[in-house]
Design a binder for this molecule. Structure first.
Ligand code: BJW
Length: 229
């Protein structure tokens, strides 16, 4: 990776698929069992909080059953060895990048293992199941915790930091994302505007694959370690 110093990597559900976590869209997609508007919007949470809490409780429980795969491990190795700036921007709410050892990770759509207290606006680690009415460990108020997840219509986390990293990036790499959800799907255009080389690695060409200089198709568990070597 000659002439490259600063790297931004965007990951999506496809990178965790080989660990056994369902992606969102497609035949085996997570949304097949749940209508997205029933579980991943602020309106759904107001309408049926128990359903939404149950959906996320189940996904948290499932996290304990899965392990990082070769793609997570390769990115963690790159993170630990890369001397320049590097930022892994993940849309995933799982913790597989961290469990593989990556440190420079930003969860733009939130994290399953975090709870957001609507009483004090604090973020606390999730313990037990939120649907049991766990109290906030900061303010002590019970029953006001929601999943710390960015739902449709909400502003993703860290957008300023992401924009700053993209403006300095020499290389932007997108892994395992369909390009269906904005603003994540538009990061490639910002990176190109800033002059970065852009590479996509996905099982199939994504909706935005024409925006990339290069598009490699195949499973992330094979493509990412090859690229990092
Ligand atoms: C493999 C593989 C293997 C499989 N190896 N690859 C109309 C037009 C444009 C935009 C909008 C619009 N109406 C509304 C909007 C905005 C909306 C949006 O984009 N909607 C679209 C659906 C149209 N966006 C928002 O509301 C966002 N907020 C926002 O825009 O605020 C305003 C704003 C403006 C400007 C700047 C800043 C803010 C918020 C979006 C929140 C998304 N939340 C979710 C749920 C999170 C919680 C949860 O997990 O439950 O995030 S939705 C869901 O989709 C989740 C994901 O992070 C996200 C992206 O999905 P991802 O990761 O791409 O997964 P898939 O399944 O789609 O794709 C997987 C890919 O992997 C596939 O291509 C496979 O082929 C591939 N793959 N196995 C490699 N082994």
């Amino acid at each position: 990776m000659k002439d490259i110093r600063n790297i931004v990597i965007l990951t999506g559900a496809g990178i965790s698929a080989e660990s056994g976590l369902a992606t969102f869209r497609g035949p085996e997609g997570l949304w097949e069992g749940h209508r997205v508007e029933d579980v991943a919007t602020p309106e759904a949470f107001v309408r049926d909080p128990a359903l939404v809490q149950k959906f996320y409780d189940e996904r948290r429980a499932n996290l304990r059953l899965v392990e990082p795969n070769g793609a997570h491990r390769a990115l963690a190795r790159l993170d630990s060895e890369w001397p320049g700036d590097l930022l892994i921007v993940t849309q995933n709410v799982d913790d597989l990048h961290e469990r593989a050892g990556a440190k420079r990770v930003l969860h733009m759509h939130g994290e399953l293992k975090s709870a957001w207290c609507l009483a004090c606006d604090g973020r606390i680690p999730w313990v037990g199941t939120l649907s049991e009415g766990q109290a906030c460990t900061d303010c002590g108020v019970a029953g006001r915790l929601r999943p710390d997840i960015v739902w449709f219509g909400e502003i993703p986390y860290g957008m300023d930091r992401i924009d700053r990293a993209l403006m300095r990036a020499d290389l932007f790499v997108s892994i395992g994302t369909s390009g269906a959800v904005y603003p994540a799907a538009g990061l490639v255009q910002t990176a190109r505007y800033a002059g970065a080389r852009t590479l996509e690695m996905n099982l199939e060409p994504s909706l935005g694959s024409h925006f990339f200089h290069e598009s490699r198709t195949g499973p992330a568990g094979a493509l990412v370690p090859d690229w990092v070597e």
